[in-house]
Design a protein around this ligand. Sequence first.
Ligand SMILES: CC(C)(O)[C@@H](O)C(=O)O
Ligand code: FES
Ligand SMILES: [Mg+2]
Length: 559
Amino acid sequence: MQENLRSQKITQGLQRSPNRALLRAVGFKDTDFTKPIVGIASAHSTITPCNMGIAPLATEAEAGIRAAEAMPQLFGTITVSDGISMGTEGMKYSLVSRDVIADSIETACNAQSMDGVLAIGGCDKNMPGAMIAIARMNIPAIFVYGGTIKPGHLEGQDLTLVSSFEAVGQYSAGRIDEAMLYAVERNACPGSGSCGGMFTANTMSAAFEAMGMSLMYSSTMSTIAPEKAANTALAGKVLVEAIRQQILPRDIITRQSIENAVSVVMAVGGSTNAVLHFLAIAHAAEVPWTIDDFETIRERVPVLCDLKPSGRYVATDLHAVGGIPQVMKMLLAQNLLHGDCLTITGDTIAERLKDIPKAPPADQDVIRSWRHPIYAQGHLAILKGNLAIEGAVAKITGVKNPKMTGLARVFESEEACLDAILAGKINAGDIIVIRYEGPKGGPGMREMLAPTSAIIGAGLGDSVGLITDGRFSGGTYGMVVGHVAPEAFVGGTIALVQEGDEITIDVPARSLHLHVSETELEQRRAIWKPPLPRYTRGVLAKYAKLVSTSSLGAVTDLV
Ligand SMILES: CC(C)(O)[C@@H](O)C(=O)O
Ligand code: FES
Ligand SMILES: [Mg+2]
């Protein structure tokens, strides 16, 4: 098999002499022009612990690729740290960054005819951004996770970044003092790595491992562990072999492997963002996959892992007891995983899992036994109803009652809502509505981590519901429903809700209902006026014009 299938366009023949002149300047010798050119898409950044450990890993990948007789070429892609932009206008760029990352990787690889790409990412959008590009281009590729952070420690408790968000709510509700708030802040994030609970970054990396696009065990390794460096070099070698064998992403990313990935998301109790991102990845891979497909999986897959945000442990704890392969083996043993799906190594999932025991180790409680799951069914439910005709995504963890009726408390932005919670104006039984935060309206579907953490911190997690056309952080839990579609900006019913309207969130019935008659809704619709776009120039304006509804994954290249 020819290994420079694509790069021969820039390296072979008389006319490519100038191209070779440039490549010689970056180190190519006569014998290198027939070797595969392999991009390394590095999301290194010093702004955030999620990405600050990536540069040394990129160096490891480079060495692995070179040792396999290929030509590694490093290029940078961007990151937005959700935790740093959270709660500000800047957070509107977070989901936008997913598509900027995808577009930038596609641009670098296709413009320079690379034969394959190894993408390394850290913060939340790095994972889906890279995978969208990989699926779209369909050139041999592997994803390497930058690795998870270790937990922080305070007074015998394990902390994550989300502890710090919750401390703000606890402080405002008078449950902790200022000294404690700052103690949490100082101890929450002990160094390099992506946020440690089963938040969005860890959810997506775990899902990619399950999908076969990353090496086994790689998604739960700590950034600073020596095994992470060694595994990254190995990923480089595995990729070069995949280029030689021409194993393409769309051989791996199939309907079955997306089912495997989503099953693992349920089993680990992962982030609502997985719904949005897998819709977008499936779209990029041209795999038929709809929002209702998540429901089919939820019904059959239990939540097995006791992980934060609502559980007790962090990703490094999961790693220590067998990681994602152990969870996958448990699902495989119950026929809930397609064992014949291909992985990037050329082996199938079942072959990769063959030496792993069917049950988790007995002396631990991070992964529950099959008979005693945390929840008998998955925790990410798709709700529909007059408030969300296209669908909405509910996360139900840490709540006693998955059905709730209450009176609407309506906010036109996240900031307005947070102010009301912190001022003690939200009461048990309220259902908060945060709107005009959708893909087009926000734009960019901000994550409502500050309000949802403030609700938890105020002790209202069980008694207050929240619905929004925005998104949630992987750190959010409680009675929360996001991605409400159609969004307010395009005139979805959520735009017509008035203060004091009765709303029912009924997860068992999978319904989201506004108790207002059709006639009354029609009257309200007749006087509703679409708001002016919040941005008229720049990337947010361009994004708002292009982006699809969230029920189709908020993609920017819908045909
Ligand atoms: C800040 C977090 C925890 O990274 C959040 O953005 C998430 O989605 O998990
Ligand atoms: S802020 Fe980057 S993973 Fe949480
Ligand atoms: Mg996030």
